[in-house]
Write a protein that binds this ligand. Sequence first.
Ligand code: GLU
Length: 510
Amino acid sequence: MERKVRVRFAPSPTGPLHIGGVRTALYNYLFAHQHGGDMILRIEDTDSRRFVPGAEEYINEALAWLGIKIDEGVKEGGPFGPYKQSQRRDIYREYTDKLLKAGKAYIAFDTPEELEAARAATPNFQYDASTRLGMRNSLSLDKAEVDRLISEGTPYVVRFKIEPGRDVEVNDLIRGKVTINSSVLDDKVLYKSADDLPTYHLANIVDDHLMEVSHVIRGEEWLPSAPLHVLLYEAFGWADTMPSFVHLPLLLKPDGKGKLSKRDGDRLGFPVFPLEWHDPKSGETSSGYREAGYLPEAVINFLALLGWNPGDDSEIMSMDELCHKFSLDHCSKAGAKFDFEKGKWFNHKYLQETPDAQLAEMFKPVLEQNGVNPADYTDEYITRVVSLVKGRINFVSDLWDQAKFFFKAPDTYEEKSVKKRWSDETPRIMAELIEVLKSLTDFSSAAAEKTVLDWIVEKGYHMGNVMNAFRLTVVGECKGPHMFDITELIGREETIRRIQAGIDNIKKPC
Ligand code: GLU
């Protein structure tokens, strides 16, 4: 029988979720949805020293913002809970005991100092079949001694007893068969008595098995752990239900080689986290895609294409389309360059698709930040402003720079344009323009345009100079949407007031 697709995203709450982690969550989600499967969110918090307060909440908030829905998890509940590893201690103790009883694991008492001494004495020391009998553990000590140490409360760890000389195969659905010899693996620590918690490897395998995970989709950095995981499945007798492995390609620096890091983001000016993060220890704030003005749909679309392609040249794809088209066959082995300029391009595209009324709502907080009370304007006004300038923006915050003159008369005039377009004649011509505008019965864009242009031609004035001087008075610089769309919106009175202010205030630099 075909196995039900069940995937899990299993972050450790050690800080903000990195954008690479978001991509992993997304690929899990797409794969699950495509197969009518389940998506689990498991919190892997067994390393108490690395626990960071707020990180779990951050993960939930980020996934919710991005529209990555979880079927089973700490918040959602589900039949395989608890979904937080620190609440599953009894389970891990039980499975650790199973391995001990079966002779597949052993107890080791070596202190950090003893391990340090062994490393210093033997170059490339590895705790394994060739060295374990020289160390202090339940294989080298007699039973009475082991019992005594345990009853005295001596801290110990449980190590996995790896049999040397075996070829271990990992079947990765992107990479194919990866074989490594078990002799290069060390006897990994599976459990620590000091905090009564398992290590990542044991907890991860036990949970994947108990939660009936069918596919382990995770970042390439976990590939080196996979042979050990295969051996653990075998040791437990679960080889038949071992999940398929999928190790996703790394996200690479936008320039040059190597893994994308937070420093690249700081250096080149883009966020590497989905949401803004306030580090509780250092007090440092890291920027997030949400706060930088990205739409979640744009982030999703951008990330989906970092390591996967649809097999044709489609670029703009909704979450539904992505779910439909996604396939592991089109995931690449090679790392994906993190082209953040492309990320901006996606945001631009998605903003163009966003209804103007919605953009207007998103613009309101930006207006407020810039000292404009949105309540002083009708929704229709703000919506029309947005429709005129949105073609030029990558982010909602860019709207202010493109549209501020719809809300505030200019108080300075761009010097370069004044030099070029404002002559001794101009104030007189602008005064005439005021009269032309006053005479209009219809102040709509088309009507005003026709009358003003006819007047310029009739008078034999220089079209470019007059129109640019006009624009300078209204906008403050020689940019912006169609001039008469602007005047129609701000209205006759305001237009005339601005031209007059220009006549009074623009001084040609000497
Ligand atoms: N807890 C690991 C992490 O932080 C999970 C790795 C895995 O998916 O197996 O990414």
